[in-house]
Ligand binder design. Sequence first.
Ligand SMILES: Cc1ncc(COP(=O)(O)O)c(C=O)c1O
Length: 356
Amino acid sequence: MINVTKTYLPDFEKYQNYLKSIWENGWITNNGELVRELEQKLADYFQSKHCVLVSNGTIALQLALKLYNIKGEVITTPYSYVATTNAILWENTTPVFADINPKTGCLDASKIEELITENTQAIMPVHVYGLPCEIEKIEEIAQKHNLKVIYDAAHAFGVTYKNKPVVNYGNLSTLSFHATKLFHTVEGGAIITNNDEDAKQLKLLRAFGHINDDYYGLGINAKMSELHAAMGLTILDDMPKIIEARKKDYHLYKKHLNGLTIQFFEIPENTKYNYSYFPVLFENEQTVLKIKEALYKEGVNARRYFYPSLNTLPQVEYQSCPISEDIAKRVLCLPHFYGNNERIITKITNIIKALL
Ligand SMILES: Cc1ncc(COP(=O)(O)O)c(C=O)c1O
């Protein structure tokens, strides 16, 4: 089966060398050497002061909400993976959904202000598929209303906006390093911040709220292990090669699908993109289901990322977001991963062409 994504597995010997160093040290978790090395390397890569590694991208969002003591309403996007909304709910805060910009799939900044109430404390936008949000507008609104901006940048590894890593905007950004992501540590995540005090607090929050015998407050276990950090360190050097190969495949897909009655999301201006997904918008849901089934019969598992629109989930109170609801029904992500090739892309696009 050709899946929508395929985990990148780096050179085994290189990973093994890191494992050897772990065995020699006998230190496998609790803020080990490799976690600290990866934090430093990623902070450099993101041109940020701090990168705080955690055990996954969902807990990264939860720690961000905890850090700012968010208790009220969080304005967020209905078009994302369910983890964004779940993190808000899990922290006993209330998601308020602003509809999306159909060109990028990201939260429409012009819809935020009308949703602000005296209970609003934060905005949690998502750079969905790694496509940057309307950063300047969001910043302006947040400043005017004294709101925190927590970017869910789970998909945005390697993306720059106006020559600056996109994770460097907002009060902070979170990333997911799950095995299906562009860059991964098997399971893992990170919080990117330029604020020294926030970084210090986040490190306490991820490790039970204490350092040795000094107890500072509430904390949880969100630590990354040395084995996970080793995977990240092994893969990091390969990132330029991975992004370049995906860029080539992205353009091949676009070439093969040219002229059909389908739409693509737009890469905003001033963006250096990471080509992390290949979502296609079809005319209607029936077409999506027909194509998904036809592909599946031929051994291709395309996925409905992101469906359903999160404002329609059973765990939230329904709020109307017609654009997101429409797009979520019409989207299909085609297989896009390092190691894909023109033969597979031709096979997939020929199946689509035959049905349209
Ligand atoms: C937009 C978004 N936010 C958060 C997450 C959660 O990340 P994780 O799976 O590492 O917990 C994911 C992915 O899975 C995601 O796609």
